[in-house]
Design a protein around this ligand. Structure first.
Ligand code: FAD
Length: 185
């Protein structure tokens, strides 16, 4: 194993490079057939993307819950933050986009569970959910004001944890290439 990476978020999970030097693999330990490794690895991407999309929905919803609780409690100018329409607009967008993301995840997961092709749907779910979750965490932190920027409140961690969902298992840009390829044929 390579060195443990020092990451911005997801610190509960170690990330390391794997280095193979003169590695010998017994025939009995081969996964699939020799020479098909890349194909097998690629075939796992659809399910992996649905997983990251679901992770995004989870982090986004956690951020939404924190934002709602904080907005109901914190008072400024004699009123709770939740009574300000600009706060309400943020909450409404977060809730709507996260619900849409969840439905995209369910659709892709249901296709996968039925053994049907889901490359386009998995990429759509991953791309949309990770962007919705990033925006939700950004807005949840904003609703917390200065408290959002300090480690005492969980939104600071969600903001760091969610960032990678637009990067790993294929970046948002790469998801766009896949979706366009599937749509354009
Ligand atoms: C915490 C963490 C865990 C990870 N875990 C794993 C793992 O378990 N297994 C694994 O294999 N990998 C893992 N990765 C690697 C991850 O999948 C890659 O970082 C990711 O796919 C992006 O590849 P890259 O870093 O090489 O970026 P690059 O490919 O160099 O991309 C850099 C930028 O250029 C853009 N770009 C690249 N190509 C194009 C294009 N054709 N058109 C437009 N824009 C483009 C990208 O969207 C991105 O914005 C992990 C990464 C992190 C951060």
């Amino acid at each position: 194993m390579g060195k443990k990476e020092r990451k911005m978020g997801l610190r509960a999970s170690d990330t390391r490079e794997l280095v193979f030097q003169n590695a010998k693999v017994l025939k009995s330990q081969l996964l699939g057939h020799a020479g098909e490794g890349f194909k097998i690895a690629m075939s796992l991407l659809d399910s992996g993307r649905i997983g990251i999309a679901a992770q995004s929905v989870g982090i986004g919803r956690a951020a939404l819950e924190e934002a709602v609780a904080y907005a109901k409690e914190r008072k400024q100018f004699g009123k709770t933050l939740s009574s300000f329409q600009l706060t309400q607009a943020k909450i409404a967008d977060m809730a709507t986009n996260l619900d849409a993301a969840r439905l995209l995840v369910y659709r892709a997961a249901s296709l996968l569970a039925r053994g049907e092709k889901c490359t386009k749907e998995a990429s759509m779910a991953k791309s949309f959910a990770s962007r919705a979750a990033n925006k939700a965490c950004y807005d949840a932190l904003q609703i917390h004001g200065g408290n959002g920027y300090v480690r005492e409140f969980p939104v600071e961690r969600y903001f760091r944890d969610v960032r990678v969902t637009e990067i790993y298992e294929g970046t948002t840009e790469v998801q766009s290439l896949i979706i366009a390829r599937e749509v354009l044929g």
